[in-house]
Design a protein around this ligand. Structure first.
Ligand SMILES: [Zn+2]
Length: 98
């Protein structure tokens, strides 16, 4: 009986893994400030150099997940930053992902 798990109970670790598959979630100050998509910590264009480094670490071994995550952010950002040429946003969000 002790092996049974309440399916409605989501433990924090599982929740973190569901959000960022296979990785431990971490708190960062380098989150985007909307709708201008500047970094909340260093005010650079998001994802800033620090956040890119963090994302690489958080999604290590899961580059497809990272690309999907950044692709989703790119879609949101292109709606907010519609005056920017698409190529600029694409390079900014996905150009650094191998
Ligand atoms: Zn930053």
């Amino acid at each position: 009986m002790s092996d049974d798990q309440d399916p409605w109970t989501i433990r924090p670790r599982e929740w973190a893994e569901w959000n960022r598959p296979g990785q431990v979630s971490r708190v960062t100050m380098h989150e985007p400030v909307l709708p201008i998509w500047s970094c909340g910590a260093c005010a650079g264009p998001w994802p800033c150099a620090t956040r890119r480094q963090q994302l690489r670490a958080e999604f290590r071994g899961a580059s497809v997940s990272l690309a999907l995550y950044l692709g989703a952010q790119l879609v949101r950002a292109s709606a907010d930053l519609h005056w920017l040429p698409p190529g600029v946003l694409h390079r900014r969000f996905l150009g650094w992902v191998r």
